[in-house]
Ligand binder design. Structure first.
Ligand code: PEP
Ligand code: MN
Length: 292
């Protein structure tokens, strides 16, 4: 594990635990495999497979979600995503459909058999979101919301934890530690791009985080090239590179009509883009000894 600098006095205190003892690979040899969903639709992260998680940034309507869910299923995606509670940078933009969005996700799961992952933004909403979702997403903006991390740590659903916009890898692991320490061992990490000086992309997708995390933790690592680049044209190349780098899965935003999307249209793939990308991902996965 990366040594964090401790003051002499702190290092000397007996019994001070490592900053992310439960997440650490050193202290927990063997990889953690996280299962999302139940029965025939169950999907695992951290094993031999590299599942694709696909869906709209935000759930907008049944028509929109149904189109994406059917396309995701047909293309070979294993988990459906879609935000019902959206953390938007401006308070004046679409904030999500709330509980209505959760109901639509549950309906899409029934239709396709795909389990669903959706974001939870506040500790108070964890119970509600966990009633509908198979996996609880913690967004980048909430990676260090410790009350929220503790709340999902007490839930009985897996957690998809996204790296903060300016979060270091060590901070991501300490955030995961909050969830693990609260009693939930099912944490999936997600690299989604970090904020740098570069403006050609929305964020800088830190693919080196994948092998770095593999050295430090037993938890599975997803990559989100949609938020990582912010541009549809760049998503396929970075998705392929993520699989080559050892990612345990991909998070891809897909919209039936990106030009009309209420959030993140410019980075959303069309269903046709997804269909074209999946066989290429499968080829790279096979080249690195994995399968989709
Ligand atoms: C999302 O997945 O739609 C999202 C809001 O992502 P992030 O928290 O990484 O910005
Ligand atoms: Mn989004």
């Amino acid at each position: 594990m990366v040594p964090i600098e401790k003051s002499a006095s702190e290092a000397e205190i007996e019994g001070v635990p490592e900053p992310y003892a439960l997440a650490s690979l050193e202290l927990h040899p063997g990889r953690t495999v996280v299962t999302v969903g139940r029965g025939t639709g169950a999907v695992t992260f951290g094993g031999a497979r590299v599942p694709v998680v696909a869906g709209p940034c935000a759930v907008e309507s049944w028509e929109q979600l149904e189109a994406v869910a059917r396309a995701a299923r047909a293309a070979g995606a294993r988990l459906l995503r879609g935000g019902a509670f959206k953390p938007r940078s401006s308070p004046y933009t679409f904030q999500g459909l709330g509980e209505e969005g959760l109901k639509l996700l549950a309906r899409a799961r029934e239709l396709t058999g795909l389990p669903v992952v959706t974001e939870v933004m506040s500790p108070d909403a964890v119970g509600l979101v966990a009633e509908y979702a198979d996996c609880l997403q913690i967004g980048a903006r909430n990676m260090q919301n410790y009350d929220l991390l503790r709340a999902v740590g007490r839930a009985s659903k897996p957690v998809l934890l996204k790296r903060a916009l300016s979060g270091t890898i060590e901070e991501l692991l300490m955030a995961a530690e909050y969830v693990l320490a609260a009693g939930n061992p099912e944490v999936i990490l997600c690299e989604r791009g970090i904020r740098t000086f570069e403006r050609a992309t929305r964020n800088t997708l830190d693919l080196s985080a994948v092998p770095v995390l593999k050295e430090l933790t037993h938890l599975p690592v997803l990559v989100d090239p949609s938020h990582g680049t912010g541009k549809r044209s760049l998503v396929p190349a970075m998705a392929l590179a993520a699989v080559a780098a050892g990612a345990d899965g991909l998070l891809l935003e897909v919209h039936p009509d990106p030009a009309r999307a209420r959030s993140d249209g410019p980075q959303s793939l069309t269903p046709a883009d997804l269909e074209a990308l999946v066989p290429r991902l499968a080829a790279v996965a096979s080249a690195v000894g994995r399968e989709l």
